[in-house]
Design a protein around this ligand. Structure first.
Ligand code: SF4
Length: 310
């Protein structure tokens, strides 16, 4: 498969780094080959198939994403949070309501037409019924929400609205000309400090994430780096942990830039991206969403070779 790099504007993120470092072939599928596959009018079958695989979550990953999105929505929901006459909806109830809506869309296969709609791997497992999957989802959402509510979430959800600060998710942060992305949950102003909460669950990259938060605060709120604090919520205990306590800002910026240079170095001098320049790392396939396609692609490379988009 050969693609034109100019069709894919580059941006850096921790997820992108993770894909780049773990399996180059998966990186190629996710960031290039699957793009545009939701457009059933123009996408060829290979791109559509890769897009469908890209949109498939496992149940635990889906539940984590759903709870993040539910916390964010509740945090910024003004009137119910401020009006004591209206009981605040619990995190579990809110997330289960959202899950039911999305689950109905999954059963209709809407992820094939709309790139924002998720799909569950488990719904493709032979012998597993939709009812079983829905009930597992509800159980996991309830227990995940209970853990979060037993910690700091309850306190944060009662913070006066005037202290809450809108923050995009995904959030684009510019390091000069380089576009970078992170995925904050919410932000709040406390005294002269701006606190930004984002779920960080990787082995490395904490300083890079905190650096993006500081640049965002400086660019958008004129908030000096020393007044910005970053936190992550522990999904098991609901407690907050502060990130980047030993931040080395210039090392983090260098690390982001060198990553971005290396990834962009995969573009050939003529501006093309070739699938064969992104070798598969076959020892890391356990939970890879592309494994069905990838195995076929390696056994019969003609499938993908027939799909050149330049
Ligand atoms: S199945 Fe394995 S080799 Fe193929 S893209 Fe996934 S992780 Fe890489």
């Amino acid at each position: 498969m050969i693609l034109c790099a100019a069709d894919f504007p580059f941006s850096w993120s921790l997820r992108r780094r993770h894909y780049w470092n773990s399996c180059r072939r998966r990186y190629f599928y996710y960031y290039y080959a699957a793009r545009g596959g939701h457009d059933t009018d123009v996408a060829d079958p290979v791109r559509r198939e890769l897009h469908e695989l890209k949109m498939r979550f496992t149940v635990p990953r889906y539940v984590n994403a759903l709870l993040d999105s539910a916390m964010r929505s509740l945090f910024y929901r003004r009137f119910e949070a401020e009006d004591e006459e209206v009981p605040a909806e619990s995190l579990a109830d809110f997330a289960i309501r959202q899950m039911r809506r999305e689950f109905a869309a999954m059963l209709k296969g809407e992820f094939r037409r709309d790139h924002r709609k998720p799909m569950l791997d488990e719904l493709f497992t032979p012998g597993v019924s939709a009812g079983e999957v829905a009930s597992e989802l509800a159980d996991r959402i309830s227990s995940g929400a209970r853990r979060l509510e037993s910690g700091i979430w309850r306190e944060w959800n009662s913070i006066p609205f005037v202290q809450r600060r809108r923050i995009d998710a995904p959030l684009e942060v510019k390091l000069n000309e380089l576009s970078c992305y992170c995925m904050p949950l919410f932000a709040l102003k406390t005294g002269r400090e701006l606190w930004i909460v984002e779920n960080f669950n990787r082995a490395s990259g904490e300083d890079e994430l905190v650096t993006l938060h500081k640049f965002h605060a400086l660019n958008q709120h004129r908030c000096p780096p020393g007044a910005v604090r970053s936190f992550s919520i522990d999904r098991n205990t609901g407690e907050l942990a502060e990130l980047g306590k030993n931040l080395n800002l210039s090392a983090a910026i260098r690390s982001i830039r060198s990553d971005a240079d290396e990834m962009q170095g995969a573009v050939r001098p003529d501006g093309t991206l070739h699938e064969r320049d992104f070798p598969p790392a076959c020892g890391r396939c356990g939970s890879c969403r592309f494994r069905t396609f990838c195995r076929r692609d390696q056994e019969t490379p003609d499938i993908a070779a027939s799909a050149n988009f330049i």
